[in-house]
Design a protein around this ligand. Structure first.
Ligand code: PLP
Length: 465
């Protein structure tokens, strides 16, 4: 399994990493002090680190390894494609079989008339494409003043200048001059943190209606699109109230704007259907895809658009946009093989029929833990809110994220990769996780919560803000 079994000792790797490797979303001083964790191998839902310790990968890497680690067929597909045609571009009136077959396969899998894909190497790039594409679309329709894109606070749409601007991450907007002009953010449907005295149903409607109000405030003739994740992932697995999406759907149908569903996490089975828009019965004009498209085995993403959007673009001549690696043959071959396995082995259907409801039952029980306020789950995206006082939905007096980070450290020590977003704990396990592995995941999560709780009590930190 592990082709780099003979790696250097951990301390040596850590020192080299600290000396030469700049990490995403990390404080490098702090990382160097603590020593980075070096992952050396993976199989199924299991990771191995450089000290030989096994951990459950309850985050599917970064929400991407949907079919699980270590599938030989994907390695074979990459190998064969590299030997046949390792690279050619798709710019100059050329194409190749891998990108053609993948485009056709996506048209078959995506709902409605989402039949045309513009490829990128990841989700951020695809969302940058979307910004240019929706504005170009309206210009092609003779409405070039429809430019503004409405997005949501605490949404995540990537880390490029465009993607980071679409996203509503305050910490990202503080750096590097984001957001770019022409993007406005409305509030997120996070009832636990922001619902106040409203019921979750009332709150869902209120937050959806902010979209309507914002369109009216800006003027429908100025708005190009609304972009949102069916379930916010990086924002903390915020599962919206049941009233939210039907109301957004109504508003989008009544107003002449495009709807972009960012399916980078929710696509390819994560919510129990192939796409999140199927789970929530939404009718997007564009979906952003990446991550599970290749189960993370190769970097690839894209924008899938409807017949109507593709026709309109076609009427406008050249779309002056593209990436060297748009439709990279090796990434396409790997994605195709991933989708073949996913469909032939009925991975989504089987997870939805058994492991997802099984995890939902166990995850729901976490709400009885003294440290846990709410437990939310949709398919294989789940979160718990840590709180010192459930009834009041209180935050901790300690700086936000302190408790979450402590809990995450306990999880790591107990052989579980569970992430924290501020003081929420989140998981998104591979779709192939079985009942026994779910039992282990839950056992380790409970042990970590118990230890965190005990430590907070000992340190006098079970205190509300
Ligand atoms: C991860 C993510 C992105 C960015 O994708 P990258 O491949 O990291 O560029 C965009 N949107 C959502 C919803 C994501 O979760």
């Amino acid at each position: 399994m592990n082709i780099r079994a003979n790696h250097a000792p951990t301390a040596e790797l850590q020192a080299l990493d600290a000396a030469h490797h700049l990490h995403p979303f990390s404080d490098s001083r702090n990382l160097a002090k603590r020593g980075v964790r070096v992952i050396t191998g993976a199989d199924g839902v299991w990771l191995t680190d450089s000290d030989g310790v096994d951990m459950i990968d309850a985050m599917s890497g970064l929400w991407c390894v949907n079919i699980g680690h270590g599938r030989r067929e994907l390695a074979d597909a990459a190998h064969a494609q590299m030997l046949q045609l390792s690279y050619y571009n798709t710019f100059f009136m050329t194409s190749h079989p891998a990108v053609i077959e993948l485009s056709a396969k996506l048209a078959e899998l995506a709902p409605g008339t989402l039949n045309h894909t513009f490829f990128a190497s990841g989700g951020s790039e695809a969302n940058d494409t979307n910004i240019r594409l929706v504005r170009h679309y309206w210009a092609a329709k003779g409405k070039p003043e429809k430019q503004v894109i409405i997005s949501r606070k605490n949404g995540y749409h990537g880390s490029t200048v465009g993607g980071g601007s679409l996203g509503g991450m305050a910490a990202m907007h503080k750096q590097g001059g984001l957001p770019i002009p022409g993007i406005v953010h409305i509030d997120q449907p996070d009832w636990w943190s922001e619902g106040g005295d409203m019921s979750s149903e009332e709150f869902g409607l209120a937050r959806a209606r902010q979209l309507e109000a914002k369109i009216d405030e800006l003027g429908e003739d100025k708005v190009a699109a609304f972009i949102a994740e069916p379930v916010q992932g990086a924002g903390g697995v915020i599962v919206p109230p049941e009233t939210y999406w039907p109301e957004v759907r109504r508003i989008c149908a009544e107003r002449d704007i495009l709807f972009i569903a960012d399916e980078v996490i929710t696509g390819f089975g994560r919510t129990g259907r192939m796409f999140g828009v199927e789970t929530y019965e939404l009718a997007p004009d564009i979906i952003t895809i990446a991550k599970g498209l290749s189960s993370g085995y190769a970097p690839i993403g894209g924008s899938v658009v409807t017949d109507e959007v593709a026709e309109t673009l076609a009427d406008a001549g050249d779309f002056n946009h593209g990436y060297t690696y748009s439709g990279h043959p090796v990434a396409c071959a790997v994605a195709l093989e991933n989708l073949r396995i996913m469909t032939e082995e009925k991975i989504v259907e089987e997870a939805a029929a058994d492991a997802m409801p099984y995890l939902a039952e166990k995850w729901g029980q976490l709400v009885d833990h003294p440290l846990v306020g709410e437990a939310k789950i949709k398919g294989f995206m789940a979160s718990i809110a840590l709180t010192p006082d459930k009834a009041a939905r209180a935050k901790f007096a300690s700086p936000e994220g302190t408790v979450g980070l402590r809990c995450r450290d306990r999880c790591f020590s107990n052989g579980l990769v569970m992430r924290h977003v501020k003081d929420r704990m989140i998981i998104a396990p591979p779709l192939v996780i079985n009942r026994e592995e779910i039992d282990t995941l839950i056992e380790r999560a409970v042990k970590s919560l118990d230890e965190t709780h005990a430590a907070l009590e000992a340190d006098g930190m079970m205190v509300s803000a």
